[in-house]
Design a protein around this ligand. Structure first.
Ligand code: F6R
Length: 251
């Protein structure tokens, strides 16, 4: 995996925004895989700012988000769909027809997971997948455990993951759903380009395990070591736990 360390999360966001916008300029029908959460906020803001200044054409892009909570009614402000509509799709004029999203309110969740896998294949696969990482090393909602699932599936959320998501529910962990749907490890690893972003000191241990530890289902992000070209973009704080061998100089 290639590792880049940036002076700040904003410098990181600007660099990744450039990569995404350049990719869309080269190939307007790029298929993007996208995360929610705190980490991509600066990236999405940078992309929106640049789009307003320049002439990026988002009209042919397709998107697939990594995950969605189970059991929230459509349009619920805590849903990842609502997050993406407000912070990425609407500001960029990305239409619902361009958006692939898991429906956590589907009656048959297994059928919904199969539909999603088929939709990604039908779109030609994911060209660029942006990932965040949980403090427990999860990617998407592939939580640490004795085993991992290959394909899109239903997950029971760890307490730590629910606590980290409480901010989208007015800080009330009791309101955070206990389950989610998530792309699986093989769905993630099939992306042509993967960029994992981590910022802040609370991610340092997970980042170190991902880059320097063994492949283990107890730290799902370690499986990115299997991807031929996965790139990792870190701020100084998230890189703080790395040994000199894997921590490059500042970008
Ligand atoms: C969310 C997702 C999660 C987050 C991770 C980090 O769509 O895929 O894996 O990327 O939980 O969340 P933040 O960025 O809030 O620290």
């Amino acid at each position: 995996m290639t590792v880049q360390v940036f002076d700040s999360d904003l410098a990181l966001a600007e660099a990744l925004a450039t990569e995404v916008i350049d990719a869309v300029a080269r190939r307007p029908d790029t298929v993007l895989g996208l995360p929610t959460g705190r980490t991509p906020l600066a990236l999405y803001e940078a992309i929106i700012r640049r789009t307003r200044r320049g002439s990026v054409d988002w009209s042919r892009v397709r998107t697939f988000n990594l995950d969605e909570f189970v059991g929230l009614p459509p349009g619920h402000p805590g849903s990842y769909r609502a997050f993406m509509e407000a912070r990425f799709f609407r500001p960029l004029g990305i239409e619902p027809a361009q958006v692939g999203f898991l429906d956590g309110g589907a009656r048959d969740l297994e059928a919904e997971c199969r539909r999603y896998e088929a939709a990604i294949v039908e779109a030609g696969g994911i060209d660029i997948l942006v990932l965040g990482i949980g403090v427990n090393g999860h990617i998407g909602f592939n939580e640490p455990g004795a085993s991992l699932q290959a394909r899109t599936h239903r997950v029971a959320l760890e307490e730590r993951t629910r606590a980290a998501n409480a901010l989208w529910f007015d800080g009330d962990i009791a309101r955070v759903p206990t389950a989610a749907l998530s792309m699986g490890m093989a769905t993630i690893l099939a992306a042509r380009t993967i960029v994992l972003v981590a910022t802040g000191e609370e991610k340092a241990a997970a980042v170190r395990g991902m880059l320097e530890g063994p492949l283990t289902t107890w730290l799902p992000a370690s499986f990115l070591q299997l991807h031929a070209t996965a790139a990792v973009m870190l701020d100084r704080e998230a890189a703080a736990g790395l040994s000199a061998a894997s921590a490059p100089a500042l970008s």
